[in-house]
Design a protein around this ligand. Structure first.
Ligand code: 13P
Length: 252
């Protein structure tokens, strides 16, 4: 059975002090009331080492929001997968639509990042999802399949066990417009069928597929009740302990 996960993506929010306050607050809340799912917080690079030291990893795993597509060397401003791993964190988000769109990350670049992350022992939250125009043209399945084929379907089944898929329809990110639970379930089931076609039914059943896009405590229970939705990747609602905890509690 796929692991149930609620992951936060802080994006470019919170200075170091604010981030530490948020991480410590969540750490206390989950120590007092243990989660029924894996909880991950993905923070800006500068927070990683301190957050990783401050939280109880039994309750909270830590992840980065990106890593470089090169192993090391003269790449001013970049942060390598090895550096990310050395902070004590376990995950990295790759393929987020904001990286694809604003920083021109192509499937080929993402493939490099995926390989380096795995080579350095990181697990990957790999994001896929269609734009509004693609949804209106009914291209969501083709888009999701192509994004998987472009950057993760070259992996062996053993490597693929370290991939968590996050389906994030671009039209639902930060817009308050959530996909309905039915819409999300339909595409999640399709995504699982693509994994099954490539790696077999057992790998597909064990792959966590998260929903992301205006997920909050009020809609999480309905989304998470669907058989192919194994949790959420949360942006805005991961920035306050009470909001994020409310989503985590949807698994109770
Ligand atoms: P929101 O939850 O703010 O819509 O963001 C979703 C997201 O992009 C998570 O990676």
């Amino acid at each position: 059975m796929a692991k149930k996960i609620v992951a936060g993506n802080w994006k470019m929010n919170k200075n170091l002090q604010e981030g530490m306050e948020l991480a410590q607050g969540l750490n206390e809340a989950l120590a007092a009331d243990k989660p029924n799912c894996e909880v991950i917080i993905c923070t800006p690079f500068i927070h990683l080492a301190k957050v990783s030291e401050a939280v109880n990893h039994e309750n909270i795993k830590v992840g980065a929001e990106n890593c470089a597509d090169k192993a090391s060397g003269a790449y001013t401003g970049e942060v390598s997968a090895e550096m990310v791993k050395s902070t004590g964190c376990e995950y990295v988000i790759l393929g987020h639509s904001e990286r694809r769109e604003y920083y021109n990350e192509t499937p080929e670049i993402l493939k490099e990042k995926v390989d380096l992350a795995l080579a350095n022992g990181l697990k990957i939250l790999f994001c896929i999802g269609e734009s509004l125009a693609q949804r209106e043209a009914n291209e969501q399945e083709a888009v999701c399949k192509a994004e998987l084929e472009g950057s993760v379907f070259h992996l062996s089944a053993e490597q693929f066990a370290n991939i968590v898929i996050a389906y994030e329809p671009i039209w639902a990110i930060g817009t308050g417009k959530t996909a309905t639970a039915e819409q999300a379930e339909e595409i999640h089931a399709y995504i699982r069928s693509c994994v099954a076609e490539k790696y077999g039914a057992e790998v597909a059943a064990n792959t966590s597929i998260l929903y992301g896009g205006s997920c909050k405590a009020s809609n999480a229970p309905e989304l998470f009740a669907k058989p192919d939705i194994d949790g959420g990747l949360i942006g805005g609602a991961s920035l306050k302990v009470a909001d994020f905890k409310g989503i985590i509690d949807a698994w109770k």
